[in-house]
Design a protein. Sequence first.
Length: 203
Amino acid sequence: MSKRILSIAGALLAFAVELRISDACAQYYIGAQGGWTGLPYQTDTIEGLGAVPVEFDAGYNIGVRGGYQLGPWRFEEEFSYRDNDTAKFGASGGTNEINGDRHTRSTMTNVLYDLATGSPITPHIGVGIGAMEVFDSLRVSGSGQIFDNSNWQFGYQAIAGLRYVVTPIWLSISTTGIWRQLSRHSAFPIRRFTTDQAPTQIT
């Protein structure tokens, strides 16, 4: 089994619409979200190839979340999907055609705090922890399928954004920025289709 070491972090900007239901003690809500997501430049370590730089195109995220609000505190569960295509793999200036992506499915438990402003617009901050299933695939022209695999990782995130209450009882809209970090080391089974030749640098 080959090993692939990842440093996976990502940022996203999500727009969410929430429906809210109030009772005497708390305010429950459920909503959908979608927006932009990006992964920073990083280096993957692949057995037989060593350290390989990789870059990703901007991608998208979609998801759902639900929870309840008690005073300024919100406690919620979030499920989301993110997808980024591979833009560059290997040394810069290479000419090999590549086709791959990195996408994730995540389930996170978040705690958020709303900062009262006396207006319908409320800043919020928060943190979350959970699990993410990371899918990674890459095919390089002339080298075949380099890897195509997935595994579960522990993840955590920092959250900050703005929430606009359209109506106090029924509807709110929020814009949220999230920085998400996964556990740094991951072992993947990598299926190589070019074992009849010595590994070479992929550019």
